[in-house]
Design a protein. Sequence first.
Lengths: 345, 345
Amino acid sequence: MDVPSEMKALLLVGDGYTRTPSGSALEAMEPYVQPGAVAVPAPGQSQVLIKVSLASINPSDVAFIKGQYGQPRVKGQPAGFEGVGIVVAGGDEPYPKSLVGKRVAFATGVSNWGSWAEYAVAEAVVCIPLLDTVRDEDGAAMIVNPLTALAMFDIVKQEGEKAFIMTAGASQLCKLIAGLAKEAGFRPIVTVRRDEQIALLKESGAAHVLNEKAPDFKAMLREVIKTEQPRIFLDAVTGPLASAIFHAMPKRSRWIIYGRLDPDTTVIREPGQLIFQHKRIEGFWLSEWMRQFRDRRGPAIMEAQKRFSDGRWSTDVTAIVPLDEAIGRVPAELAKPNGKVFIRP
Amino acid sequence: MDVPSEMKALLLVGDGYTRTPSGSALEAMEPYVQPGAVAVPAPGQSQVLIKVSLASINPSDVAFIKGQYGQPRVKGQPAGFEGVGIVVAGGDEPYPKSLVGKRVAFATGVSNWGSWAEYAVAEAVVCIPLLDTVRDEDGAAMIVNPLTALAMFDIVKQEGEKAFIMTAGASQLCKLIAGLAKEAGFRPIVTVRRDEQIALLKESGAAHVLNEKAPDFKAMLREVIKTEQPRIFLDAVTGPLASAIFHAMPKRSRWIIYGRLDPDTTVIREPGQLIFQHKRIEGFWLSEWMRQFRDRRGPAIMEAQKRFSDGRWSTDVTAIVPLDEAIGRVPAELAKPNGKVFIRP
């Protein structure tokens, strides 16, 4: 395949980390990424060059372009952590070479050449050759969310309690976890912000769905916690909602923070619970999990692909936005609930 | 020894837990304990009856009488978790019987018969027969603080980093830990509230002593953390001071809360640090540690007694207050810095 020397991409405006953290919503693209043309990168020895078919937009991408993620931005490089595409060139090593011509799901990780571009560079070992039965929409969202779902559900299973709590229940991630939980006989308790999400989530596998905006939310929460005794709290929001949930949970509960959707102050309502009730507060980051559990990564990727192939998992699509229209359209599409937004280069 | 049928004691006013938590300072005794006469208790099969020589007042006692500790109050029962005295009667089992006539350090734990009384009941297994070389003042403070010190320093040693941070550095507990740390080549960083405590703490074994009230405290803190890279934070205060310290600590730091001296709101300043820097927040409670590490308890008690016998540890005494004068005098004596207050029945 002929590879041009230049390509279109959405390039990072900022460098490093921000000094003024803001919320997790993307109010506009312009302050963070700008369209531009850059040289098509050359893959390193262990890397591949991918012609991107579809790139996903995850909450981690939004945090990253704002300078609020766990790795620094490099100004002028393309954004985008994840996508699907065709490998058009490989580094000198045998494995990258063997991928040329294959359709793969990929994550760009630390390569600094993101997926919001016509071409992207990724480490060959984090590319997943796709079965034909996997849709592009599922392939482009096969790494970040699915691995996070499998990794966090591992934590739930290790703890042993059947019930657990999740905030931001209507996210793609929580739906994946709810599906895993239902199959394994676990009982997810999830919070949402809209009544119309309740039926959707129950179908996905949630045992209880609570609308955090309902006037009787706190009473319902206490009731459900009393009945179900959940000890794991997978939290994407922090702030007052998460504080209230953790405070209401029983002895030995673990508040596992993996997202920061609410930029409001996060309070430990009763530190005495950490002393006398052995409660704990910790975090989850997929990159850290992958470092710690290298041997879990391969099986988890296989598992994810199987689930997307046989239809047990499926990615809900809000919009597929052409790269040229991304600056103008992405913020409004992202603001819509219940599905994922993709960029098509 | 003749045991009377009645005894004087300081009896709990409240029942269960408080609904209105207050600070850790003891503004007055009357709302929480009242002097009274009750029947001398009979020890159970595994218990002993002790004629109390000296009873200690720990921060945990203050939290308990206020209904802010991890176990419920029983109205009308004597307060006081710890003391020293002579065993005057034992239950039917051989071990309690064998202790009769011996001077012991004791902890009342779950017996509901506290040490702020002429007689107390304790489980025989948590009584420590004392060497003659151990002073009553050290014997009466030989369980709660020394075991907490040894248990928490175990956590520091397991982590491996030489430097660690402690708030409320001038407490008896922190001085014990500083002594352990110095011997083992560790480098405690402690915060105090008065300049005159700085020299005292350096002598006890602290590598750095920071006055939290000093105008350059935050800058000094950042500097020391940068140099020493401490990852364990043993925290007795919570509130804004503790939040600021945890926020300034490096990746993989653990905030271990064991006290609540500052009743002010405790904020997680940047929850993203829990996600991306693998920081954690947890608690420490001696009762929980004793449950989890039964086999560490015996050696730790031996170790504590050795240290008090050979003078490596010594309890600083602020005052010994007769039981009859305790209601009026204890709050003012407790408010003095640097030493322990005892009640003599």
